[in-house]
Design a protein around this ligand. Sequence first.
Ligand SMILES: NC(=O)C1=CN([C@@H]2O[C@H](COP(=O)(O)OP(=O)(O)OC[C@H]3O[C@@H](n4cnc5c(N)ncnc54)[C@H](OP(=O)(O)O)[C@@H]3O)[C@@H](O)[C@H]2O)C=CC1
Ligand SMILES: Cc1cn([C@H]2C[C@H](O)[C@@H](COP(=O)(O)OP(=O)(O)O[C@H]3O[C@@H](C)C(=O)[C@@H](O)[C@H]3O)O2)c(=O)[nH]c1=O
Length: 289
Amino acid sequence: MKRILVIGGNGQLGHCLQKLAPHYHDIFDYNFTGSAALDITNYEQVETVFAEYQPDFVINASAYTAVDLAEKEVEKAFAVNADGVGNLAKVAAQNNAVLIHVSTDYVFDGDTNLSYSEDDFTNPVGVYGASKRKGEELALENNTETVILRTSWLYSEFNKNFVKTMLHLFKIKDELGIVGDQFGQPTNANDLAEAIMEIISSSKKTFGIYHFSNYPETTWFDFASKIKEFSASDVKLKAITTEEFPTPAKRPKRSTMSLDKIERDYHIEPKYWENSLRDCIEILKTEDA
Ligand SMILES: NC(=O)C1=CN([C@@H]2O[C@H](COP(=O)(O)OP(=O)(O)OC[C@H]3O[C@@H](n4cnc5c(N)ncnc54)[C@H](OP(=O)(O)O)[C@@H]3O)[C@@H](O)[C@H]2O)C=CC1
Ligand SMILES: Cc1cn([C@H]2C[C@H](O)[C@@H](COP(=O)(O)OP(=O)(O)O[C@H]3O[C@@H](C)C(=O)[C@@H](O)[C@H]3O)O2)c(=O)[nH]c1=O
């Protein structure tokens, strides 16, 4: 049986992978680790866990994801998102393990009207994006058998994310201003977990960078408006500009990614974000009931 080591098992994506694991228990053995058991910034610890478990595949679902705080905690963001990823890639290569690493649309500056393809120029506008881009480079340099999945605007029923923040704010506010001039593609992390497992299960693997998200593009305001509709909230939403919602970190204006390559190489078809959002809100409603 092939072995999968999941790093960041307690995170949002980690939880989605755990939820999906029973579907694959006949084919794969899993080891889910949190940062207490495996801190990827600690090279010796990475080596020890690999030596003990001997994984065939490593899914890196761990990251420093606090976009605004990263502007202050630069070293911490780079330690996890860059150096830690380099550690994983090196040790994975020494152990002949395939690395599936997750990255972000925030590696792009967003100053475009086109969808980004995988080999487009990166130019992060914040520390989080810069640290994730460095992580991509270190992953590819240190392990030729690396698949990088860049995704965007991730949410799910687990952990902290935009959908859960909105649902909380809808309960405590009468009116909310939401940025309507930043464009991107929301992605249900459960769909990302499925894509990762399809790639791992695929008999023919191609490596390198792939984009994966739900589609088509939208704005944070339109995304919030659908969250309001699906949750039957009567909060009042107002579209505002980026300038009207100042944040410590700059965010890309339009980070929409083309999804053609993953469809061509792995036959993974993109899903409509509205359908995936509806699924998530239905789950959250039953949890709330
Ligand atoms: N969230 C989003 O909107 C988006 C996320 N992404 C990317 O998707 C991936 C998954 O994100 P998501 O699930 O939302 O992230 P979360 O913030 O929910 O989870 C990240 C996990 O990383 C773990 N972690 C942090 N530091 C370390 C470390 N030094 N060693 C080991 N583990 C560590 C934490 O573990 P513990 O809890 O055990 O401390 C945490 O559970 C990340 O690569 C992220 O950059 C891409 C686009 C959008
Ligand atoms: C809470 C809130 C946010 N916003 C805006 C701020 C920002 O421009 C946008 C999204 O806010 P957030 O801070 O929740 O999202 P943010 O942390 O920027 O989300 C990003 O996270 C990282 C990890 C990624 O990799 C990205 O793909 C992306 O998902 O919504 C409002 O306009 N009104 C509000 O009330």
